[in-house]
Design a protein around this ligand. Structure first.
Ligand SMILES: [Zn+2]
Length: 477
């Protein structure tokens, strides 16, 4: 049986404002519990909320970047539920009149095509407090209560676990370009819930969906969805029925577990928040916010391809993070060789950053210092392998300059003809079988022999020269 997967994602993003959504309390993650609170965010009787203009502006800015329509007027609603981390017993959110609706974002597929994922709405709401569970009791910290959250809801256009991962990466990239949030998933500034259902291709109606919560990384989202697709398939294949329920992802067991079924689903009894007015957003105000939008990743990617002649892959990696894109342009301003700079950043640097779980802003190599390293290679002072595999990691670890490290480690490239000839002759002598293979037409063997010479010279030989000399010598061998 062939199954079709339908996924919709709800993403909550903590906005990086200085103060909370409806009061003047400061936002600070390191602060002592319950020190950043006031009658409004504690839900004291008679306390009145006042909308944080900056939070509203950031949400509109995001909605515009996601191609949404901005409502001409918008209202806030109370979402009622009782929970110890929610002192008011309701959350101020937006129900039937969100500040924006009907946008989209495009994700890049492997074959370089684009898939449009529709965005249903972007709205503004407030966060709840935090429960800290101890062994036999729990504590509540209300510093987080009232922090502005933006909810971004996609239409169910996502067709697989990997695509969900790509959607989130793209969305995070855009949010960081906009500087509306730090998007730190570990600290909870970006949270994601997923709705997923499957059905056989012959059925028109969508299958029964499950809602998955508690995924703390993009990888967890992918794993949870992969697990859930398998679980639902198994139920259908055994002739059973998937039930509508909320499930929690368990990162240790790599499984989802039922949290509550439809019968127990919350009825939030939404009603308009009587303490906040209807907010109108005028066209000139929207235009003013639109004018603050930076060049977004898609547009920048096109420019990198057009102006710098980069390929789709490199341009995609460089524009996945605004800081990486800026770093690229700064380095290229010095070197004036975009392809070489892009190769370095999308290749070895990107690899080193991933390996160390760093992003470019925490890399202790400035564009000028990277330029100096690349220059050593271009001038033939060191070979590219030594530069990537030895000098670059050492630069990251030691903060020393490329020039100093090449000196210290004795990595200056051997470009002396006589010395290289001797090494080549030695390798030819020791690898007679390869030499015969080469003579019989297996030309790939030359790369093996180049490798042997590199080993012989402890990686210091100039590989282009080695290849040239090898070819000459093999002709006469
Ligand atoms: Zn407050």
């Amino acid at each position: 049986m062939e199954y079709q997967v339908t996924i919709g994602l709800e993403v909550h993003v903590q906005l990086s404002t200085k103060t909370k959504a409806f009061c003047g309390c400061r936002i600070d993650f390191g602060a002592k519990a319950n020190t950043l609170v006031c009658p409004v965010c504690l839900g004291m009787p008679g306390a009145l909320p006042v909308l944080n203009e900056e939070a509203f502006r950031l949400a509109v800015k995001t909605a515009l970047a996601l191609n949404c329509h901005i409502a001409s007027s918008t209202k806030f609603d109370r979402k009622n539920y009782f929970y110890p981390d929610l002192p008011k017993n309701f959350q101020i959110s937006q129900y039937d009149n969100p500040l924006s609706h009907d946008g989209y974002l495009e994700i890049d597929e492997k074959d370089e095509s684009l898939t449009k994922i529709r965005i249903k709405r972007v709205h503004l709401e407030e966060d709840a407090g935090k429960l800290i569970h101890q062994k036999s009791y729990s504590q509540v910290d209300l510093n987080r209560a009232g922090i502005p959250l933006m909810e971004i809801v996609s239409e169910p256009d996502i067709t697989g676990a990997q695509q969900a991962h790509n959607y989130l990466s793209k969305l995070k990239g855009i949010l960081r370009y906009l500087a509306v949030s730090d998007c730190n998933m570990e600290e909870g500034s970006l949270r994601c819930d997923a709705n997923i259902s499957i059905k056989t291709a012959d059925k028109k109606a969508l299958g029964v969906k499950a809602e998955i919560k508690n995924m703390n990384s993009f990888k967890a989202v992918r794993q949870a969805l992969e697990y859930e697709i398998g679980r639902q398939k198994e139920i259908l294949e055994e002739g059973g029925k998937v039930i509508q329920e909320t499930r929690l992802w368990d990162q240790d067991k790599l499984k989802t577990f039922s949290m509550r079924t439809k019968e127990e689903a919350f009825d939030y009894r939404y009603f308009p928040e009587p303490d906040l007015p209807l907010f109108s957003i005028s066209k000139p105000e929207i235009k003013k916010i639109k004018d603050t939008l930076p060049e977004l990743p898609d547009k920048q990617k096109k420019r990198f391809i057009k102006d710098y002649g980069l390929n789709n892959y490199d341009a995609g990696i460089l524009t996945s993070d605004k800081k990486l894109a800026d770093y690229f342009e700064e380095t290229n301003d010095i070197l004036k060789n975009p392809k070489v700079v892009a190769n370095w950043l999308a290749g070895p640097i990107f690899k080193e950053l991933n390996r160390r779980n760093l992003d470019i802003s925490s890399l202790n190599i400035t564009p000028q210092e990277l330029f100096e390293l690349i220059k050593l290679v271009l001038d033939g002072k060191i070979n590219i392998t030594a530069a990537k595999e030895k000098v670059l990691p050492l630069m990251i670890e030691s903060s020393k300059s490329a020039v100093a490290l090449v000196e210290e480690e004795g990595l200056v490239q051997i470009s002396d003809n006589k010395e290289l000839e001797n090494a080549v002759l030695k390798v030819i002598k020791e690898n007679q079988k390869s030499v015969r293979d080469y003579a019989s037409g297996k030309e790939n063997v030359i790369m093996f022999l180049v490798g042997q010479v590199m080993r012989q010279t402890k990686g210091k030989a100039n590989p282009q020269m080695v290849k040239k000399i090898l070819k000459e010598k093999l002709k006469c061998a």
